[in-house]
Design a binder for this molecule. Sequence first.
Ligand code: NCD
Ligand code: ZN
Length: 346
Amino acid sequence: MSETVTLPRPDDWHLHLRDGAMLTAVAPESARHFGRAIIMPNLVPPVVTGADAAAYRDRIMAALPAGSRFTPLMTLYLTEETDPADVVAAHESGLVTAVKLYPAGATTNSASGVRDFTRVHGVLEAMAEAGVPLCVHGEVTDPEIDIFDREAVFIERVLDPIRHATPGLRVVMEHITTQDGVAYVREGGPDIAGTITAHHLVINRNHLLVGGIRPHYYCLPVAKREAHRLALRAAATGDCDRFFLGTDSAPHPDGAKESACGCAGCFTAPNALSIVAQVFEQEGALDRLEAFVSRNGPAFYGLPVNEDTLTLARQDAPVAYPDRIDAGGEDVTVFDPGFPLHWQVT
Ligand code: NCD
Ligand code: ZN
């Protein structure tokens, strides 16, 4: 008999679903396994107002397979013009779960992000008061800061000052990639959490750059050196309940990735749970998987754990995932963890 693990249905606390043909292609890939997902607002143009979020949520619902119970948890893209009253109303009505902070220019489609953090102080105060969590892309964009240091410098220059200036603000430091991020979340008390992707648990910067440049391993924040990857694995499998899965599955057409200026993002929605289960098995921590993928996220967001379940079964033969999927005539490569996966979602 094969080994199995049954969990409350996992959620994805950081997901890019895009729009149009890409949305139609990728939404079923997340809905197949996950109960809910925090939906990133970095469309072009971004999802800025409650009205934008309502319209985007309708388009997501229309892209789901018939009978799907997947629930998109919408976010608003914070700009220097964001109206605090609109944010609070959208949250109170249940339409919007969180607000996303992108430093301007930090990553794909972040041109409308925040340049001057003092200009969003009023919104952040209103959010702290109303209990609206802030999801943060934690990288500075100062050209003088080395790309591998941008997360650590962000903590010191931006995140810590924001948190001191806005007591009570609940913050999710998303897709953390460093020992610094792990330590900041772990020591930061009950108002801060960190999401970790499947891919950052399995690749370091050598995977990206040794023996040829691998565009499908390029994402932001960029994968760091091995010691950081190990810290992420220890955090994900450890005893702090403020770390949870946010895949940051970020599909791009292959032509945009395999390019002289390839864009950032790994498409992991199809196989993220198989990858994470295997990591937990390798770490001898399968008993902690449920906390990381099913329980810690809802606990931080103040939401119930999903009532239905998902079972992963370990099989001897590798699980077959497609190398790529079709999105309206364009290929999107599925993240290759670089080793065979043995945990199948049944
Ligand atoms: C994301 C995208 O493509 O939208 N890319 C990525 O590398 N993660 C943006 C982001 O979350 O940084
Ligand atoms: Zn992202």
